[in-house]
Structure formats: C-alpha cells, structure tokens
Design a protein around this ligand. Structure first.
Ligand code: CA
Length: 233
C-alpha cells in the first residue's frame, strides 16, 4: 500500500453520509479515517495528523464548532464543514472560527471531490504566497505582491488602496470562503452597520475593473449571504 496518499478524517455521525464519502474518496485514492463523535475526532486529528478534515456540525456529544475551536488552537489543517440547509448561520460562524469551506447536504460525488481538491490546494498555495517576489495567477489575472500591481491579460488594473487590499487578501486565501466579517475585520479593523454594504460596493468596483460582467465568476465567486471565494485555477 502506498503511504503517500492524502489522509482525510471524516467526522460525521450519520453512517450513510460517512460511507458515501468514504467510498467516493477511497475510489479516488485518498486514505479515509472516520469518527462519529466530536471528542473522538479531536483525538484522531491530533494522533493521525490528517491532511484534511470533513466535519459535520451537528454531532451527538459536542457541537462541531467546538472541534474547530480546539483543533485550530494548534493546527492549520483545512476543515470543510458538512452543513445542512437548516444550519445556514452555523455555517458562517464555523467559517469565522477557521473552517476553510463548506458543502451543503445533500451533495454529489463531483462537488465532494472538487471541494476536497480545492481545500488540499489551499495549503500548498498559501505556503508559496508568503515567499518574497511571489506572484499570484488565476486565469489571466496576475497580482504582483511586491509591486502591489494587478494586471489582466497583461494590462494594468488601477485599483484603489482598499480595493487592492481586498483582492490581495482573497488571493492569499484561494479556495477558502472568506466571510464578510472576516474580510471586514482584516481590511478595516472593525465592523459596523454599514460595513457589509461598503465591502459589497468595493467588490462590485473590483469586479468591474477586472472586466467581469454581473454573474461572471471568473476570478471571485460571490457566496451569497456568506462572503467571497477567490478561485485558484
Ligand atoms: Ca449530524
């Protein structure tokens, strides 16, 4: 058996969902570990150091958010939350606590694999982004961090300081959903009633300057009511 497979920990108490995820991931050459209780998941995360965690928020012994709090205090492992439609607000607070992404139940094979691969890429990408002289590319968009310069198809894009800071922040968390409040806190330091509107206006201007028409998700996906996600390929 090859031992350089990605190791994925699934923390979920619904056996049907667990076995579906396990079957799909194993068929695609991932190694899968499972836990049906939050406490067991936390212990396995520490002892097995998985490359990725898929986490159900509604676990019988403890809230999934407690898992994120405890694991995030010592580990940057990507966490993808498995959320039911009735848990919309839980999903946002899970992202704010440090989860990387979420999948809404029920989900299919293609979506599961896409989210897993994106979350695994985040780790690799973020290691590169901090290197001096590093440049971010997605499609024909290039961000030169040292020069604070953005180009699309080789043509310079003239962003304001704030617009650049937002785009740069999203690009350093590609594949991860950044919630409104996480972006606002990192860009403006604090949040008030007008903050989300202000962020949305800035994002609309950024998208226009990048040449995106409404509904065009070329570089940044608008996660309605949650936040934004920068694509990484
Ligand atoms: Ca559950």
């Amino acid at each position: 058996m090859s031992n350089n497979k990605y190791k994925i920990l699934v923390v979920e108490d619904d056996p049907n969902i667990t076995s579906f995820i396990q079957a799909v991931l194993e068929a695609n050459d991932f190694q899968v570990l499972t836990a049906s209780l939050c406490r067991q998941g936390i212990l396995m995360c520490a002892s097995h150091t998985p490359d990725l965690v898929m986490l159900d928020l509604g676990l019988p012994d403890m809230d999934g958010e407690e898992f994120i709090r405890q694991v995030r205090s010592s580990s940057l492992v990507p966490i993808v939350v498995l959320s039911a439609r009735t848990e919309e607000s839980d999903k946002v607070s899970a992202l704010d606590l440090g989860a990387n992404d979420y999948i809404t139940k029920p989900f299919g094979t293609a979506e599961l694999l896409a989210r897993v691969r994106a979350a695994l890429r985040v780790t690799r990408h973020n290691l590169q982004a901090t290197a001096p002289g590093s440049v971010f590319r997605v499609d024909d968009l290039v961000i030169d961090y040292d020069r604070r310069q953005v180009t699309v198809g080789g043509n310079p894009v003239h962003l304001t300081q704030t617009e650049y800071n937002i785009l740069s922040l999203l690009s350093q968390h590609t594949g991860k959903v950044m919630t409104y409040s996480a972006i606002i806190r990192m860009i403006w330091g604090s949040m008030d009633d007008g903050s989300i509107k202000k962020l949305q206006v800035n994002m609309a201007n950024i998208r226009k300057k990048l040449g995106c028409r409404p509904g065009d998700n070329r570089y940044v996906i608008n996660e309605l009511g949650v936040g934004y996600r920068m694509l990484d390929e």
